[in-house]
Design a protein around this ligand. Structure first.
Ligand SMILES: [Zn+2]
Length: 485
């Protein structure tokens, strides 16, 4: 019986995003990735007895911004709660989080196809530390508490995601919004964006949810998509053979492309949440929420529409250019220096992005500034360099950080646009290719391309085609006249 059924996939995602604050959420320690282990700690984030947490208002500000960006209901009153559990990377024995009364409820994440995924909530919490096992560490485990107390928001979706691809789209859109609004840098490699997935299957048409499993260790968006695909296939196989799904937490092993049991329901935590006695309720005034609303940065969807309208770009180009906050900013600064947005878009989306990918360049220390790129676009637009030379200049610019005019000169790439110089080369070429000239004059127009090619060869590619073509036509017309006369 169960073998013929079709199943519906039910996925819910929980995303943890580190907030871009200067300091940690309950103490003055710096919030920074990559410092030597245990160098960014104090009695508060180490959980020493007798210390008290003080809430970081910047973290609250960013949580409010998230609530606005995802169109949540932002509660004027929310409560911090203790989430109790033992783990070596958690010296306090509990994490301060929000449980029954979170700062934000509801909300939505827009998807590229125009649909959306509803959210359950967004709440504030502190991160735990990190255990690690260095290769030269022998049998020992080490713990780095720098991450203890790093502020984060947890974003919980409704279980309305229906496929691994939809989960992927959800994460891309969510990350875009968090980056555009400066809430999080969303660096998955540094753990500042992490995602867990709950997944279950149910017979199509069934209203009740099936038994779910939780998938952890999803270190990239691709891992989320691949992990979900494998887990869905596994659950479907169990159900089709008449078996039952065991509620458990699974780890995704990306190298082996399979899921591994981490713990079953019997071993799962009971966190014994209770209201945090050391922190008062978080109260947000209407004025504060209004101020945050008026300062909300432009969101990706709005920016995409503005790019298409204000710059007259194709929908597709506008979508790609607003795919990341850095790229969008780079493009806007470039067109502030260069008057043709479409030409700028073509170059940025073509040679520029290709070079960034090939050379594995990052935005942070990119030697190509928008002003320097605009300088290169100017040379290209006025015909001082060819498109091929522009790509060479771009590459040198990435390596040296020098401006386009100086690079063009030092690389000897300046196009020859001088009428007199071009005309004398054209004449030489026509004199030296009498048979082809005769063919052209007899009506074989294809030969024109060959003759232009000879001019480009003679100028080593530096003849400006916009100058060469009309002069070539003139000179050929002149010879036709001579032939007749
Ligand atoms: Zn601290």
């Amino acid at each position: 019986m169960s073998g013929d059924r079709t199943y519906e996939t039910v996925i819910g995602l929980e995303v943890h995003a580190h907030l871009l604050t200067e300091t940690k959420i309950f103490c003055g320690c710096e919030n920074r990735f990559g410092a030597p282990p245990n160098s960014l700690v104090c009695p508060v984030c180490l959980g020493m007895p007798g210390v008290l947490p003080v809430l970081n208002e910047q973290a609250v500000e960013l949580a409010i911004r998230a609530g606005l960006a995802f169109e949540c209901t932002i509660h004027e009153r929310s409560i911090f709660a203790r989430k109790n559990y033992f783990y070596p990377d958690l010296p306090k024995g509990y994490q301060i989080s929000q449980f029954e009364e979170p700062i934000c409820e509801g909300g939505r994440v827009p998807l590229p196809d125009g649909s959306e995924v509803a959210l359950i909530r967004i709440h504030l919490e502190e991160d735990a530390g990190k255990s690690f096992h260095p290769e030269n560490g022998g049998d020992h485990s080490f713990v780095d508490l720098n991450r203890c107390g790093v502020p984060l928001i947890e974003i919980v979706s409704t279980p309305t995601i229906r496929s691994p691809d939809m989960a992927y789209d959800f994460l891309v859109s969510l990350k875009q919004i968090l980056e555009f609004t400066g809430i999080s840098d969303c660096n998955m490699e540094e753990g500042s964006l992490r995602c867990d997935a709950n997944v279950s299957l149910r017979p199509a048409g069934e209203i009740n949810l099936g038994t779910k499993t939780e998938l952890k260790n999803l270190n990239s968006f691709r891992a989320v998509r691949d992990g979900l695909k494998v887990e869905i296939a596994r659950q479907e196989k169990v159900l089709r053979s008449g078996g039952e799904i065991v509620q458990e937490t699974l780890l995704w092993d990306a190298a082996a492309q399979k899921v591994v049991t981490m713990r079953t329901k019997e071993e799962s935590h009971d966190y014994r949440y209770f209201p945090e006695p050391d922190l008062p309720p978080l109260i947000l005034t209407a004025e504060r929420l209004e101020a945050a609303r008026s300062q909300l940065p432009e969101l990706p969807v709005g920016m995409r529409i503005r790019f298409a309208e204000a710059y007259g770009l194709r929908e597709y180009d506008a979508a790609v250019l607003t795919g990341s906050a850095e790229l969008a900013r780079f493009f806007e600064e470039t067109v502030a220096h260069f008057p043709d947005p479409n030409q700028a878009a073509n170059f940025v989306l073509g040679p520029f992005l290709r070079l960034m990918k090939e050379k594995n360049l990052g935005w942070a220390d990119l030697p190509i500034t928008p002003a320097r790129l605009a300088g290169l676009l100017d040379l290209l637009a006025e015909g001082s360099i060819s498109a091929a030379s522009a790509r060479n200049v771009l590459e040198s610019m990435a390596a040296t950080g020098r401006d386009a005019a100086r690079l063009t000169e030092s690389l000897g790439l300046t196009q020859i646009s001088d009428d007199g110089a071009i005309r004398s080369v054209v004449r030489e070429v026509l004199d030296g290719n009498a048979p082809q000239v005769a063919e052209y004059l007899a009506g074989k127009e294809k030969v024109f391309g060959f003759l232009v090619g000879q001019v480009m060869k003679a100028t080593r590619g530096k003849g400006n085609p916009k100058v060469v073509t009309p002069i070539m036509k003139e000179e050929l017309a002149g010879r036709a006249g001579k032939k007749r006369g």
